[in-house]
Design a protein around this ligand. Structure first.
Ligand SMILES: *Cc1c(COP(=O)(O)O)cnc(C)c1O
Length: 228
């Protein structure tokens, strides 16, 4: 049952928070509905979920357009500049900003539609070439400063995807380095609400929370494996 799986995930999040001495509500759950149909989103809303993630713009347009309940939708996959026009009115967060160029394209679209968006800069903490995101901390810091000045956009923090491995020491290392970079962005932009560190998925949410995550993005543990 969907409601049971949601309860289990919330329990995992709460236990991890308590083990780290954090309050159980200090981590936001983003339910990732990619590869699942619109009916699944409707069921999840009925089950009480309000914040969702999709990694492809086109899929999200088809699935989320016109949903009366108006859930909060986060883009968690790579954004191409020719798709930026679909963001206003659909996504209130883009977690996957990986260049100044794409942020500028998004900013122009937001201004044109008198809309705003919270963004996270994606850090490639694993160094895996298949993953998007800024590879170098210095590059990310410089971009954060420039992107923060763009109209319509609020920089809120960082997002990362853990390494694809069972090696928990490597996962801890990747999340720990992202946390340090998050603290540097905060120190560099005083007065800006840098409050969101999005890391942790079905297999690594406990490690992510112990390393300071404030938001986990969960698909499989809630909706089953994709395409099922
Ligand atoms: C698919 C996806 C998730 C969810 O992963 P699960 O392992 O299914 O929980 C989280 N973040 C991103 C960026 C994704 O693409």
């Amino acid at each position: 049952m969907l409601t049971d799986r949601i309860a289990e995930v919330k329990e995992r999040i709460a236990s991890a928070c308590i083990r780290s001495g954090r309050s159980a509500d200090s981590v936001q759950l983003v339910a990732v509905t990619k590869n699942h149909p619109r009916t699944v989103v409707q069921d999840a809303i009925e089950a009480g979920l309000r914040v969702f993630g999709e990694n492809r713009v086109q899929e999200a347009v088809e699935k989320y357009r016109g949903l009366s309940e108006g859930p909060e939708l986060h883009l968690i996959g790579h954004l191409q500049s020719n798709k930026a026009r679909f963001v206003p009115g659909l996504f209130s967060w883009v977690e996957s900003i990986d260049s100044v160029h794409i942020a500028e394209a998004l900013s122009r679209r937001l201004v044109a539609s008198e809309s705003t968006c919270s963004v996270l800069l994606q850090y490639n903490s694993s160094g895996e070439e298949t993953k998007s995101g800024f590879a170098e901390p210095s590059e990310l810091l410089e971009a954060a400063e420039r992107i923060q000045g763009l109209p319509g956009i609020s920089v809120r923090g960082l997002m990362t995807i853990g390494p694809f491995t069972q090696d928990s020491a490597r996962i801890t290392g990747a999340f720990g380095s992202t946390r340090l970079l998050f603290d540097r962005v905060r120190a560099m932009l005083p007065g800006v609400a840098i409050d969101t560190l999005s890391m942790g998925m079905t297999d690594d949410l406990e490690i992510a929370i112990s390393e300071g995550s404030t938001e986990v993005r969960i698909g499989t543990a809630i909706f089953g494996s994709r395409g099922e």
